[in-house]
Design a protein around this ligand. Sequence first.
Ligand SMILES: NC(=O)c1ccc[n+]([C@@H]2O[C@H](COP(=O)([O-])OP(=O)(O)OC[C@H]3O[C@@H](n4cnc5c(N)ncnc54)[C@H](O)[C@@H]3O)[C@@H](O)[C@H]2O)c1
Length: 369
Amino acid sequence: MIKKKLRVNTKQKSYDILIGNNLINNAGNFLQNHIKNQRVFIITNKTIHKLYYASLEKSLTKKNIKTYKIIIGDGENQKNIKTINSICSTLLNYKINRDDTLIAFGGGVIGDIVGFTASITLRGVNFIQIPTTLLAQVDSSVGGKTGINTKEGKNLIGTFFQPNLVLADVSLLRSLSHREFLAGYAEVIKYSLIMDKSFFNWLVKNKRRVSKQEVSYIIEIVFRSCKNKAKIVNKDENEKNIRALLNFGHTFGHAIESLNNYKKSVIHGEAVSIGILMAIELSLLEGKIKKVVEEKVKAHFHQMKLKSSIPKKLKSKISVPKFINAMQSDKKVKDNTLNLILLNEVGNAKIVNNFSTSNLRKVIKKHIE
Ligand SMILES: NC(=O)c1ccc[n+]([C@@H]2O[C@H](COP(=O)([O-])OP(=O)(O)OC[C@H]3O[C@@H](n4cnc5c(N)ncnc54)[C@H](O)[C@@H]3O)[C@@H](O)[C@H]2O)c1
């Protein structure tokens, strides 16, 4: 049953985010009005395929929607130009046309790959997001950022391309490991910290029920996260200004991921979680927040058991200059200036480029010692 519905209104497209429990068996009902010619290409990975593909296919077939499947490998290292090339070739061999629809059925990796493929195939075909991780449901499936990684850095090749629909079924999250759940939760906290103090208080108050993944609480966090994200994306679709706030913790996080060569010892949401803490520590050193704010946020991280430190093995390979260098490869660097998102208060963040480099060094040093 659909419990919550949100509308995203961008210049490119307006679309719904449908949120509920046990939606996958009725996916055909929800998708049929968004599919032009009764033909879809479902792109997924082998893990999701095993778990949920049959249910999705059955529900679409019931509505006379013809399905084709493309299964790729699992993991961040699939986000490369080779994968895109291979998916495009398969689609072209199936004689894909502009009325066909791609379905991104998976976590953020699948979403980013399929969104990018949809944006460049025949100069743009429809696509629908069916996110299967918490991270993808609260963040990556909404807002139209697509992309792949290169050896120069993360997500440096990509497009802004909005989906036609997002179907977020929280029942799919039951098979997610707790580690992956927490990785997604880092993005949830991000919204509360940058723009929604009452959400932060709600998360703190309901931490046990959220941690136990009680369905109505998960629906609420997906809804409130997407609502915040939609608010920002509606105002600044192409990240000319305030959308950058969503990168809170990410410039630090992307540096960690890239220094770790995107290996699974630190997954994206974990890097973001450490990055958020680093951004908060810098906010404190810069005199933007009081110690009590830092303590309040850190206490919640601790209670939820969020990742807060870089693994020892990786630390030993990092130096402060290497870390700063990796931060500078991030695409948020403009005119050689590093822009960071710092906190002024819970629920209020700002884009800052006049922070002290010595404070930045202190924060990095603390995390790599
Ligand atoms: N486009 C955006 O706006 C945006 C925003 C945030 C993150 N991202 C990107 O998202 C990616 C991270 O996404 P992610 O954390 O979802 O990682 P992911 O897609 O790699 O999924 C994590 C793991 O969980 C498995 N999995 C997925 N759904 C499952 C389920 N229901 N049950 C069991 N296992 C399941 C996957 O196979 C994978 O092994 C990164 O590449 C990041 O750059 C993009």
